[in-house]
Design a protein around this ligand. Sequence first.
Ligand code: C5P
Length: 232
Amino acid sequence: MNRDVIIACDFPGREATLSFLDLFPEGHKPYVKIGMELFYAEGPSIVREIKARGHKIFLDLKLHDIPNTVRKAMKVLSNLDVDMVNVHASGTIGMMKAALEGLTRPDGTRPLLIAVTQLTSTSEEMVRSELLIGAGINETIVKYASNAREAGLDGVVCSPLEAGMVKEACGKDFLTVTPGIRFADAAADDQVRITTPEQARKIGSDLIVVGRPITAAPDPVAAWKRCLEEFI
Ligand code: C5P
């Protein structure tokens, strides 16, 4: 997979999202991520509208339910013609296999399917004392990534700092999609374990998800180009 930068379109609604995308000149169509906030506010129509403008879309809804429900929900999402969707790996191998079945269209095509291992907001302490997972966070991440691979998924969402160990366990073709990216000269905001686009490339990220460093920049198009230059 060719490396690319995915812009997290964390906007409250259609108007703000489309005015942001209008900043990009013809011929410059960034890969975008639509998350729960925008999808729940606007529904499937916002996905179709952005797709019709020529953008690749990662629909970040992180499904996690019983296999039958996830299979049916994925079948609905496969009709939206997005490029990538995701589930929580903690839903088990059976749920991930069901997701893949639901997502696969009658002609055999499907969007990429990746799994969240542990959210980057979850700490080692939480894994051990709240979730009672004695193995610890890194071992859990590698195991969940291996489960995703066994279920036939294409990759995982993880911190760039974990991309190396995921590649080691699951192979170099197993995708790592990584948020938590900041320019070397910028604020971290609420992200804790961050890397620059260049570090993310060196560690092994295939796709980086970048929100505020681009969406809140004085010149978002220039920030997107800088990200591409440092990462590709
Ligand atoms: O603005 P920022 O670059 O921090 O945005 C990162 C994006 O990636 C947000 O949409 C956030 O929800 C998402 N994300 C994350 N960490 C994860 C999973 C998703 O930051 N583990």
